[in-house]
Design a protein around this ligand. Structure first.
Ligand code: BES
Ligand code: ZN
Length: 626
């Protein structure tokens, strides 16, 4: 109890020092001195003890759903402190050795979101600290799948999702985006399964189930990743490839055939890809997000496998993080837009090179619509609508909104439009190059932009309204908007349908997924079940294999009480674990009492199939306390 109190007090001290000493935060949130950013989401003291390297040796007990093993940290006690503090979350610590000798450690009680600080006595010249541990049942980074939850339904599967602060639930570490280290790992899995990490990876299974990994480029803990299962590999070209379960590998390889060309396009834009190979693993359907930019190996949802390559811009996004995020990393989760906003901008530039401007304009417009919806939902003056966030004492995942992604990307687009594309591209390439393998705060970025791009041009500075974008709420008036060439045509077809034209007579032949999304998104709220049926008879939307269209269609079906789609919707909800799809559907069902009953029935059947974080989210939507 006393320990917890002390810890809370020291946390408060950290926060206070964040405001007063380190960054001198002014009233408007703007920092006027650029200093080391204090990360409020790690309990570690990695600002005093350098975490240089990790040697991980773990066994993955896939049948008992537990990881056991030891993490050996090579450290440099630069501040000569007496204690090393590491982040843990629901870990059982078996023993700790400092330079080969066992020591007494203390483990604090759990603080919501943060976990438990592990205190280890060290000396001024301590070189290594070994922590032997096991993971707990509520490890938020881990999703353990039974065979029936996988695509092939034959063998169990495990994957991790460490961003934002979940690495600490499977590795005792200093878990902040500004703390980088290199690693090796020895991972023992049941024979017949393969292990992959965010590192140099095997391309085939071996006989003994022991896999060795090396990552000799320093990365932060949120990029630690592991996948274990019956996994096959297909090459795309000599530096890109695809992993998936054997029954999925052919489809996955076909869908992602352009990945190699995407890496080429990205390099032409902003300089060399610095991570060696670029591979993608297409995970089982329970993966809770669309994609995760684990270095060298993007983790992706199978919901992008649409059969027509129409959803692979998600790969462009995760690939772009190899520059914005993995190479130049947000210093704290308050600077999250520097990871995601830059990546969305970069992703769309890759897509424009691959598929042209009118196509990419559709992505910009859908993103803009998402942003408008987000701002309306939060309220136009909400603090979380600033680009620079304040997540003090909160779950960093609260920052995971379209503000970071779409407002961030539109701010960069505005700068591009004002300085010209060539100048902006040169600036960005130089930014990535000069900050490679470093962390960046919002303040540091703005200062850099001032010297390297604005260069005293007062007129330009005025046009960019930087303060309004970064330290102000809502959508600024100078927000750019994409041209509506293709969506204009879609609007016309929708109008035709709504004024009574038969669905078969609509001109939809050349439509991509994104035209369909716009067509459906802008349908009026009072679309009737009879109108839904007409669309369904003409386009068979209930049985679409495209997850983006399916999700939206089922939302409309619930709204219109179009029962014919419910069977397919049930099936969709049985396996798909992507939060972006689950949330709107469950939310829509909760709007009526019949719908709520349906939501509860469906959720009772499939809750076990969802990731712990998705479960937490739907529990909230359904108002269920667990
Ligand atoms: N890095 C994010 C995922 C993330 C962010 C996970 C913060 C946890 C906390 C990833 O790059 C991402 O943005 N994924 C998107 C896809 C993208 C195309 C917008 C997703 O999963 O929806
Ligand atoms: Zn991203």
């Amino acid at each position: 109890m006393l320990r917890k109190l002390c810890l809370l007090l020291s946390l408060a001290a950290i926060c206070a020092c964040n405001n007063n000493k380190q960054t001198k935060t002014a009233k408007n949130g703007k920092s006027d001195t650029v200093a080391v950013a204090k990360d409020i989401h790690t309990l570690s003291n990695a600002d005093q003890v350098e975490m240089k390297h990790l040697d991980l040796d773990i066994q993955v007990d896939i049948y008992n759903k537990q990881i056991r093993g030891c993490a050996v940290w090579t450290i440099n006690n630069k501040a000569k402190v007496k204690t090393l503090i590491l982040d843990t979350y629901d870990l059982t610590i078996d023993h700790v050795m400092v330079d080969g000798n066992e020591v007494q450690f203390t483990l604090d009680s759990l603080i919501k979101f943060f976990g438990s600080a592990l205190h280890i006595p060290i000396k001024a010249n301590t070189a290594t600290v070994m922590v032997c541990y096991k993971t707990g049942k509520s490890a938020r980074a881990l999703q353990w799948l039974n065979p029936q939850q996988t695509h092939d339904k034959r063998t169990p599967f495990l994957f991790t999702q460490s961003e934002s602060i979940y690495a600490r639930s499977w590795i005792p570490c200093a878990d902040g985006p500004g703390i980088r280290f290199t690693y090796t790992a020895k991972v023992t899995v049941p024979k017949g399964l393969m292990a992959l990490m965010s590192a140099e990876n095997p391309q085939a299974k071996n006989d003994n189930g022991v896999y060795n990994f090396t990552m000799d480029t320093p990365i932060p803990a949120y990029l630690m990743a592991l996948a274990v299962g019956d996994i096959a590999f297909r090459e795309i070209d000599d530096r890109t490839g695809v992993y998936a379960e054997p029954g999925m590998i052919e489809k996955a390889a076909w869908e992602l055939a352009d990945a190699g060309r995407m890496v080429d396009a990205a390099e032409q834009l902003y300089g060399p890809y610095r991570w060696g190979r670029y591979d993608v693993i297409v995970l089982p359907p329970g993966f809770p997000i669309g994609g995760m930019e684990n270095p060298k190996l993007t983790f992706a949802t199978p919901t992008i496998i649409a059969g027509d390559r129409s959803l692979v811009n998600l790969i462009a996004h995760e690939l772009a993080h190899s520059w914005s995020g993995n190479l130049v990393t947000n210093a704290t989760w308050n600077d999250f837009w520097l990871n995601e906003g830059f990546t969305v901008y970069f992703e769309r530039r890759i897509t424009e090179r691959m598929l042209g401007k009118t196509y990419t304009d559709m992505l910009w417009e859908l993103g803009y619509q998402d942003l408008v919806t987000e701002v309306n939902e939060m309220g136009p003056t909400h603090r979380d609508t600033w680009l620079k966030l304040d997540l003090t004492g909160r779950d960093p995942d609260d920052g995971l909104t379209d503000i970071a992604y779409e407002k961030g990307a539109l701010f960069l687009r505005l700068i591009e439009l004002n300085v010209g594309r060539d100048t902006f591209d040169r600036f960005l390439a130089q930014y990535f190059n000069e900050h490679a393998f470093k962390t960046i705060t919002t303040e540091k970025f703005l200062k850099y932009m001032d010297t390297a791009l604005i260069k005293g041009d007062a007129d330009l500075r005025k046009k960019l309204t930087i303060n309004e974008w970064v330290y102000g709420p809502g959508i600024p008036a100078n927000c750019p908007r994409a041209e509506q060439e293709r969506f204009g045509k879609v609007d016309a077809e929708r109008m035709k349908f709504l004024s009574g034209a038969p669905a078969e007579q609509l001109t939809t032949v050349d439509w991509t997924t994104h035209e369909w999304l716009h067509f459906l998104r802008k349908m009026p709220d009072n679309l009737s079940a009879a109108q839904m049926k007409k669309l369904d008879d003409a386009f068979n939307l209930t049985n679409t294999g495209n997850s983006e269209i399916a999700d939206l269609w089922y939302v409309l079906a619930v709204r219109a009480n179009y029962a014919k789609a419910y069977g397919a919707m049930d099936n969709f909800l049985s396996s798909v674990g992507r939060r972006k799809f689950l949330e709107p559907l469950y939310r829509e069902m909760m709007k009526t009492s019949n719908g709520a009953a349906m939501a509860r029935r469906i959720y009772a059947k499939y809750r076990k199939n969802y990731h712990p974080l998705a479960q937490e989210m739907i529990d909230r939507v359904l108002g269920e306390k667990r």
